[in-house]
Design a protein around this ligand. Structure first.
Ligand SMILES: [Zn+2]
Length: 314
């Protein structure tokens, strides 16, 4: 099968790879309908996150179940499915509490590389959610967005306790930041400030109730904390790189801070419902669509900020 492999900074290739097979009775193999390039893929692409040898890429996926292991019960061959980038059993105490991305049996689905024709998904029953039927073609980008970027923006908004009557600020203007705005609006936020503005000025010197950090570097994290009013909530979902929090500033900020790899699985049933009923259209975040074989251009366009997010079709 064809799949993307990162060899070195800015050296991404689409090449022939071994088609994945069932390795555990809880696995499923899916035929990818669409995958995409994540902002977090740019960290290794730019050489900031080191890689150990050629690395299959991609962790966002939708597709059709082609094969299941003998213990899979909830997912059937032929189902159209969406899954999180973190495989989870969805039954352990951590999953039950809604933190499936830290499941006691967690596995990184992206290890197999979702920017490919096929993908092995571990813990299929706990990880995958089937849509009610085959989606219309125009729904596929939105369903794909639910796999990570929407689920992550949504978690940021929930962690920041965005909701009715709240002023919400969003740090980071990439795909996750844009969908965090969508999430905050959907959750009923009274006012949403995309973070070019001076948040303190716009909130009578108080700071926002809820601030979503959707970028990852130190300055974004500090901007998020400093823009939050005492008693307010920071939800941080940017992949933290080089972030160190000064204890004393954090002490006096007196804010709630919750973040991490988004437990996307918690939100998938609700998000798929909203997409299926066409109440939200997060697929608009994709502003470049390419065949899988042109994945290198998808990465380049995002690296050069010519594209917000690239969708790849095997
Ligand atoms: Zn679990």
């Amino acid at each position: 099968m064809r799949g993307t492999v990162l060899y070195a900074p800015r050296d991404i290739r689409v090449e022939e790879r071994t088609k994945p097979t069932i390795q555990a009775p809880t696995d499923a193999i899916i035929r990818i309908s669409a995958a995409c390039v994540c902002g977090s893929d740019l960290w290794p692409y730019r050489g900031i996150e080191p890689i150990e040898g050629p690395t299959p890429m991609g962790h966002e996926y939708v597709g059709v179940v082609e094969e299941i292991g003998s213990d899979v019960r909830n997912i059937k061959v032929g189902d159209f499915v969406v899954g999180s980038f973190m495989a989870s059993d969805n039954t352990c105490p951590i999953c039950q509490a809604g933190y499936q991305s830290r499941c006691v049996h967690v596995e990184y689905v992206g290890a197999g590389g979702a920017q490919a024709e096929y993908l092995r998904v571990p813990l299929a029953d706990g990880t995958l959610v089937a849509t009610p039927g085959r989606p219309d073609e125009d729904l596929i980008p939105s369903l794909l967005a639910a796999s990570d970027v929407l689920g992550t923006g949504w978690f940021g908004a929930v962690a920041a306790e965005a909701g009715s009557g709240k002023t919400v600020a969003v740090v980071g203007d990439g795909a996750v930041g844009l969908l965090a705005v969508l999430a905050a609006r959907q959750l009923g936020a009274e006012r949403i400030i995309a973070m070019r503005a001076k948040v303190k000025e716009l909130t009578g010197g108080l700071g926002a109730h809820s601030v979503i950090e959707a970028a990852g570097p130190q300055e974004s994290m500090m901007q998020a904390i400093r823009s939050t009013r005492p008693g307010g909530h920071v939800g941080y979902v940017g992949w933290a790189h080089g972030v160190e929090l000064p204890g004393q500033e954090l002490f006096y900020a007196e804010v709630h801070v919750l973040g991490g790899p988004a437990p996307v699985r918690r939100f998938l049933p609700e998000l798929l419902g909203l997409i299926w009923n066409r109440e939200i259209d997060p697929g608009r975040v994709f502003d470049l669509e390419l065949p899988l074989d042109q994945a290198a251009e998808g990465y380049r366009a995002m690296d050069e900020r010519r594209a917000i997010k690239s969708l790849l079709r095997p």
